[in-house]
Write a protein that binds this ligand. Structure first.
Ligand SMILES: NC(=O)c1ccc[n+]([C@@H]2O[C@H](COP(=O)([O-])OP(=O)(O)OC[C@H]3O[C@@H](n4cnc5c(N)ncnc54)[C@H](OP(=O)(O)O)[C@@H]3O)[C@@H](O)[C@H]2O)c1
Length: 430
């Protein structure tokens, strides 16, 4: 059989990992793919950098990745440079226009240009694989596109960012505050020097926008996503969550409701008894719920050279085998917008922490504000007494519509005895 020829754009964590995987496992991959898979061309910025991999003398080097996409002797271009614009986009567009298959790990590119790229790939009859773009080593794209294809899906939920999960896990285990743990994560290489994409929820939102499209056959719609990161999660709230039987996780949630599709990324409290609550450290997890399959759960490493290269390799092997499926699970023409549900319509339980002056009548005032908006209390914790001083008052609230909850919070924030803006964390029962 003719080998499948691969050109790799980007030789960083993922690109170098892929070259190593394709070399170490060449035999078993050739057997599974039905033909050898060979790297014929590579591109990165610095030709002299030691990348800890062996690059054969017959592999063509390109300083310019776009040139490689346009000229290399290849069947597949692997784009593992990153970024939603610039060179990465150019590489992918050039390769597709040339009629080459593309495999990418680039969630930002897909979140912003997924539909247009899928359309171009479809028109050219080439594959656009992106298993590596969501949850690293978890084969969730294949699960949604193939394994669960017979189901009508109602909800997909995931821990989609390993950096955030590592920070939240470490905060809980050590009792330390966010800034301190973030600094340590940066020193250990678990968080970027500029961590905002991760900790502000943008990276998870990129991934969720892709999962939403696959789950509900809608066009990728990153722009209408509700996104809230973990900067404001405090050690105090993590401690109260523990006392109340919850863990705090940054979740991406896509779900079908009567008001349209909800797409949201924000910190959540999940009951400690649910499987996702104990997915800790850099691990990712995805829970998919379908009408016939019920709930299925996937867990694994969300990033790193090995898991990400493993996902890229799976897409390459599919191409070698001639396996094709529509880029987002249905032909682009069949992707149909189903309307986005406004965040104010979210219905669910809430955790609320107030910092209040410990004086008579405060609880009655808070209760009155909640009652006025039809919000009812499930549990309450008011630790200790310190007359005249500031104390936390913590409560969980029964299922409420977010708009009502927001109005109640505004009333509470306006009370004299409430000395800090109330902290609200949504509770997700799953
Ligand atoms: N790292 C992960 O665990 C992970 C997981 C899932 C998805 N991803 C995605 O995979 C992609 C790559 O991530 P990464 O972590 O491997 O990034 P990285 O380590 O920063 O590597 C990026 C590579 O791109 C090369 N590059 C940058 N600009 C270039 C240009 N103009 N022309 C040619 N090459 C260029 C760099 O070259 P030099 O080495 O010469 O500087 C480097 O080799 C991103 O889309 C990322 O979101 C990463």
């Amino acid at each position: 059989m003719k080998p499948l020829k691969i050109a790799v754009a980007g030789l960083g964590t993922v690109g170098a990992g892929l070259v190593k995987l394709l070399s170490d496992n060449a035999g078993i991959i050739a057997a599974r793919a039905g033909r050898p898979i060979v790297v014929t061309a590579i591109s990165a910025r610095d030709r002299n950098r030691d990348r800890g991999i062996v690059i054969g003398a017959d592999v063509a080097w390109y300083d310019d990745a776009a040139q490689m996409a346009a000229k290399a002797d290849a069947d597949v271009i692997v784009e593992v440079i990153g970024g939603s614009e610039g060179i990465a986009r150019q590489v992918v567009e050039t390769a597709i226009a040339r009629g080459l298959h593309v495999v990418t790990a680039n969630k930002a590119l897909l979140a912003h240009h997924g539909v247009a790229l899928a359309q171009a790939a479809e028109a050219k009859g080439v594959a656009l694989g992106f298993e590596a773009a969501v949850a690293g080593g978890i084969p969730i794209i294949k699960a949604l596109k193939e394994g669960l294809a017979g189901n009508s899906l109602s909800r997909v939920t995931g821990i989609l960012n390993g950096t955030c999960n590592y920070i939240l896990t470490t905060m809980r285990e050590t009792g330390r505050d966010f800034a301190d743990v973030l600094a340590e994560a940066q020193a250990l290489g678990y968080a970027e020097a500029d961590p905002s994409f991760d900790i502000d929820g943008v990276d998870a939102a990129h991934k969720l926008s892709i999962l939403t499209s696959l789950a509900f056959a809608t066009p990728v719609d990153f722009a209408s996503m509700y996104v809230e990161g973990i900067r404001h999660v405090s050690a105090v709230d993590i401690d109260f969550a523990d006392k109340l039987g919850y863990r705090i996780k940054l979740l991406g949630i896509a779900q079908a409701t009567d008001h349209g599709i909800e797409q949201r990324v924000h910190p959540c409290m999940v009951p400690v008894t649910t499987p996702i609550a104990t997915v800790d450290g850099v691990f990712n997890a995805v829970v998919a719920e379908g009408d016939f399959v019920g709930r299925s759960i996937y867990e694994g490493r969300g990033a790193g050279a090995g898991p990400t290269a493993s996902a890229v390799a799976a897409d390459i092997i599919d191409i070698a085998r001639g396996n094709r499926s529509p880029v987002f699970g249905v032909p682009v023409g069949a992707l149909a917008a189903k309307g986005i549900a406004a965040m104010e319509r979210r219905q669910g339980a809430y955790y609320m922490r107030l910092m209040v002056l410990d004086r008579p009548g405060v609880l009655a005032d808070v209760a009155q504000a909640l009652r006025a908006e039809g919000v009812s209390v499930e549990q309450m914790i008011q630790p200790g007494r310190a007359p005249g001083e500031t104390v936390p008052m913590v409560m969980t609230l029964h299922d409420t519509v977010e708009a009502d909850m927001n109005r109640a919070v505004a009333r509470i924030a306006a009370l004299d005895a409430v000395v800090e803006p109330p902290r609200l964390i949504r509770i997700e029962h799953m």
